[in-house]
Design a protein around this ligand. Structure first.
Ligand code: NAP
Length: 343
């Protein structure tokens, strides 16, 4: 067996460049497993914006910085190839937080290891029923607490988390306004029925458009972007509105300097709640959420698009697509053809 890896060679300054990473391809000898451990073969990785934060010096992240010289940490879908853990026998399939490499031993205490349900491929497990879909589900339902007839505004609406949050909002009876970059994404969102209307932040004045499309104010703002977009939403929130802080992608490449917020007395006067969350806060509810998501997909009420790229060699530079907006849905890199297997 050989183990291919991408190591973090230095901390990126802005968008990642090839010299930030080091490729290694070495023979791999499977180690003896201690009780509870499993040996996995990673088949596909989710390109998640938060990886870019993990590459920086720690800034109060929920996980430590990736150490220089170590493989880059990333959520993966994997096959268990040897096991000393009865919960995850050899041959079973899991999602976990792994690293950019073929093989690794996962300790039993490792958070966020969960089985992939039968009938779903490794790609599905990172896409339609993956962490991003769960993030949208819990962020909107548990933090946003939508009610029928309310106005929901979603930024990053054509993306992985955003498109699911918008559609769940529709399913639950909200009027949904999306914000996305460019005509193609906005047209796609409206034509597919993911949103009722869409603001193209690359052309439109966001604050003006929000005010025009939401004359009674925004009841729920699901924020994936932060910065000026969050400010424009705060300025247009309705009384008793909820701001769901899911992510702040506009600041991930510049140390979040863009994300200074003003006019916070609006939250006081409007009795508005602003709350951050992590999908992992809701682990106990994952099975129920996954079966609801799967049912909506089966009923044709929740569509999902994946942008799957192939080959371990494209991993590091694929991440930039999240920041230049060239990803068309959930960005996944499969490093083995076996990633499409659903059992
Ligand atoms: P994604 O939305 O599929 O892709 C990122 C999108 O962000 C891009 O396609 C781009 O869309 C938009 N974007 C990038 N830079 C931007 C900027 N400066 N201004 C406006 N839009 C920008 O990515 P994702 O994986 O679903 O992540 C979305 C957000 O959810 C991120 O903030 C991420 O950190 C967060 N997240 C949070 C949790 C949690 O547990 N809280 C879990 C997963 C993800 P356009 O083409 O429209 O610009």
């Amino acid at each position: 067996m050989r183990n291919r890896q991408w190591l973090l060679a230095r901390r990126p300054d802005g968008l990642c460049v090839p010299d930030d990473f080091l490729y290694r391809d070495e023979p791999y000898a499977a180690p003896d497993l201690r009780e509870g451990e499993i040996l996995i073969r990673n088949l596909a990785f989710l390109c998640a914006p938060t990886i870019r934060n993990w590459m920086d010096e720690s800034t109060g992240n929920f996980m430590p910085s990736i150490a220089l010289g170590e493989p880059v940490r990333d959520p993966s879908a994997a096959r268990v190839i040897a096991s000393a853990n009865p919960d995850f026998p050899a041959g079973s399939r899991v999602c976990t937080i792994a690293n950019w490499q073929d093989f690794e031993v996962v300790a039993p205490t490792r958070a966020l290891i969960r089985p992939i349900p039968d009938g779903f491929s490794f790609i599905d497990a990172l896409g339609p029923v993956g962490m991003n879909a769960l993030t949208a589900y819990f962020g909107l339902i548990e933090i946003g607490k939508p009610k029928t007839g309310e106005t929901l505004l979603v930024s990053g609406a054509a993306g992985s988390v955003g498109s699911v949050a918008a559609q769940i909002g529709k399913i639950l009876g909200c009027r949904v306004i999306g914000i996305a970059g460019g005509t193609d994404k906005c047209t796609w969102l409206v034509e597919q029925g993911c949103v009722d209307q869409c603001i193209d932040y690359k052309c439109d004045d966001i604050a003006q458009q929000i005010a025009a499309l939401c004359p009674q104010g925004v009841d729920i703002y699901f924020d994936n972007v932060g910065g000026a977009m969050l400010q424009a939403a705060v300025d247009n929130m309705a009384r008793h509105g909820r701001v769901v802080l899911c992510g702040q992608i506009s600041g991930y490449n510049d140390g979040a300097t863009e994300n200074r917020l003003g006019n916070l007395m609006r939250l006081v006067y409007g009795s508005i709640r602003m709350e951050g969350f992590l999908a992992s806060n809701f682990i106990a509810q994952f099975p129920e959420a996954m079966s609801r998501l799967a049912r909506w997909i089966e009923e044709g009420r929740l569509l999902h698009r994946e942008d799957v790229r192939a080959g371990i060699e494209v991993l590091p530079m694929s991440l930039n697509a999240l920041f230049d907006g060239s990803n068309q849905g959930t960005l996944i890199v499969q490093i083995s053809d076996d990633a499409s297997q659903s059992a």
